[in-house]
Design a protein around this ligand. Sequence first.
Ligand code: ATP
Length: 226
Amino acid sequence: MSEALALEGIEKTYNPGRANALTVLSGASFELAAGEVVALVAPSGAGKSTLLHIAGLLDSSDAGSVRIGGVDYTGLSDARRTAARREEVGFIYQFHHLLPEFSAVENVILPQLANAVPGAEARAHAMALMERVGVAGRANNRPAALSGGEQQRVAFCRALANKPRVLLADEPTGNLDPGTSDTVFSALMELVRETGLSALIATHNPALAARMDRTLRLEAGVLVSD
Ligand SMILES: Nc1ncnc2c1ncn2[C@@H]1O[C@H](COP(=O)(O)OP(=O)(O)OP(=O)(O)O)[C@@H](O)[C@H]1O
């Protein structure tokens, strides 16, 4: 199976050399195969968000390497890393972070325009994604007019709009009540499976973790496979 994402020996210390220095990652390594969906589980504050930000090239590590699609981005220019982030990675956060002044469908179209997809094609793709997760009927509403579950479904569509190689999600349904979380998570999993996407999904919820292919635990700065 080919590799979608690989971390090797990732180290990260906040405030290095200071009295409040905090080592969060101390040699974290793992590989995500193409099409694999992996749960990332750890106690609060253990460093899940830090790890996801480094894996998605939003933050740099102090040591170690990040490969996406076989390309090692360690030490590459900010321009290369920014382009890879836009083309290869989709992010979903606990809160939707949709742009409030744009409609739901426009939020899904915008990242495609940044990748030079023609407008009509971007709109058709956005509507197809929104149809698949049951929010096409809300396409022309602004995020504030949508329910929490609908907002998060639109955020899934936005993350998948550029057909990324890797999806990174940080508690993607953590902000929703348990019932809504379950149905919205099912919609996400269907979308991920249909598109054959590789995903690393942080969750505190053991029932959601059990629905993924395997679980990685972040313990004392390293990743341990269950
Ligand atoms: N920019 C920063 N500067 C200093 N310390 C930070 C910074 N970002 C995170 N930390 C600290 O690093 C540790 C790991 O944070 P991180 O957000 O990665 O944890 P997490 O596992 O995602 O937590 P949670 O599950 O609560 O979201 C925490 O103790 C946090 O306070």
